[in-house]
Design a protein around this ligand. Structure first.
Ligand code: GCO
Ligand code: MG
Length: 405
């Protein structure tokens, strides 16, 4: 038996949106899959993988997952950052997939086995105004979800990221050579959001978990104002109230409001969120397998978080592939402080390329029991959907200055 890596190939495909996948093959013919999708910067990660990691992988032992991680993290001198960590994460994920297949067990068994039967999940409800949002929430609840992220339009604005007028599906990266621009008004948002959240709580009653994503838009002072205003709503969490690049600024928010906080989807390593965790400035850490160095590194983040009673709740938008979602579910099934998985769902075209064994039932996900991660990629189908340049929108204040979004 030889687990020597003989090839590492990169597949870029766009079944409704762009995905970057790495395929690692061993001398025995085992194939491992990893996701390296970085929304709006996909080709940079593809190049990092193709030009730098793939050549260095060939000839190495696929069994030595941690050593390969250390090699790619410590061996380059230039560390961290989303491009580097997404590329390392994809290789790491693929090697866990191979190990599971080599041993004939699902990856969660390699991570210590199941600590729970299934994984609580939430999805998104969105509506421009309250009636549309209530309708969207009802639709989500009818599908079996018991936890819902709610986002709405803001009176006086034409567009709000993540919310489209009329449609359920959203958060498209706009096709074209540059990002669309939106206008943002924090005052209008702060006047509107608390009453919207209060109305939704009344609509669903006390038993449904409600979440809201502020998407990095506020200062700490504004975050305190919003946090206090929504305390009666009893939210599951308020997400990304500030960009949190200055982790210590969250102290102000923590000291002044009891609303649970979730942060971390744009962080890439444990060093990016260590202060948030060790000072318990957040309740949920949102780093994802794909953007935070793969299964090996997200486990380290979650293990640190466990010590400080911070829970894991990885980012799971449709702009990361089903490989990442599956990897996250294997971690979730085997990690005690994993609280909830975001599950936005996918365009039907995505399942033509990615065949996944995870299942959704009554608000919970399970990764399935196939050896490895339980996801395969149909390369012929992938070739039918070539890369298309696409970007998320950006936001400017009414006076024209760029703002966090
Ligand atoms: C979420 C996120 C997404 C991101 C998107 C960026 O909580 O799901 O905020 O909506 O904006 O994944 O690529
Ligand atoms: Mg978010």
């Amino acid at each position: 038996m030889s687990n020597t890596i003989v090839s590492a190939d990169v597949i870029v495909t766009s079944p409704s949106r762009n995905y970057v996948t790495v395929k690692v093959t061993t001398a025995d013919g085992l194939v491992g899959w990893g996701d390296a999708t970085l929304n709006g910067r996909e080709l940079s990660v593809a190049s990092y993988l193709r030009d730098h990691l793939a050549p260095a992988l060939v000839g190495r032992d696929a069994d030595r997952i941690e050593d390969v991680w250390q090699l790619f993290y410590r061996g380059v001198y230039w560390r961290r950052g989303p491009v580097t960590m997404a590329a390392i994460g994809a290789v790491d994920t693929a090697l866990w997939d191979i190990k599971g297949k080599a041993l004939g067990v699902p990856v969660y068994q390699l991570l210590g086995g199941a600590v729970r039967e299934q994984i609580l999940t939430y999805t998104h409800a969105t509506g421009w105004d309250l009636p549309a949002l209530c309708e969207s929430v009802d639709h989500v609840l009818a599908r079996g979800f018991r936890a819902v992220r709610v986002q709405s339009g803001v009176p006086g604005l034409n567009r709000v990221y993540g919310v489209t007028r009329g449609a359920q599906a959203y958060e498209p990266a706009g096709r074209g050579s540059g990002p669309a621009e939106e206008t943002w008004d924090t005052g209008a948002y702060l006047r509107h959001a608390p009453q919207m959240l209060r109305a939704i709580r009344e609509h669903v009653g006390p038993d449904i978990d409600l979440l809201h994503d502020v998407h990095h838009r506020l200062t700490p002072t504004e975050a305190v104002q919003l946090g206090k205003a929504v305390e009666p709503v009893n939210l599951f969490w308020l997400e990304d109230v500030t960009p949190a690049e200055n982790q210590q600024l969250l102290r102000q928010v923590r000291a002044q409001t009891s609303v649970p906080l979730a942060i971390g989807e744009v962080f890439n390593t444990v060093w990016d969120c260590q202060q948030l965790i060790t000072e318990r400035l957040i309740d949920y850490i949102r780093t994802a397998v794909v953007h935070a160095g793969g299964i090996s590194h997200i486990r380290k983040i979650l293990n640190l978080a466990e010590v400080f009673q911070v829970k894991g709740a990885p980012h799971g938008p449709s702009d990361v592939s089903p490989i990442s979602l599956s990897a996250s579910l294997h971690v979730g099934l085997s990690t005690t402080n994993f609280a909830i998985q975001e599950y936005m769902g996918y365009d039907p075209l995505v399942s033509e390329v990615f065949r996944s064994s995870f299942t959704f039932r009554d608000g919970y996900l399970h990764p399935g029991d196939e050896p490895g991660l339980g996801v395969t990629v149909d390369e012929e189908a992938a070739a039918r959907f070539p890369y298309e340049q696409a970007y998320l929108p950006i936001a400017r204040r009414r006076d024209g200055t760029m703002t966090d979004w």
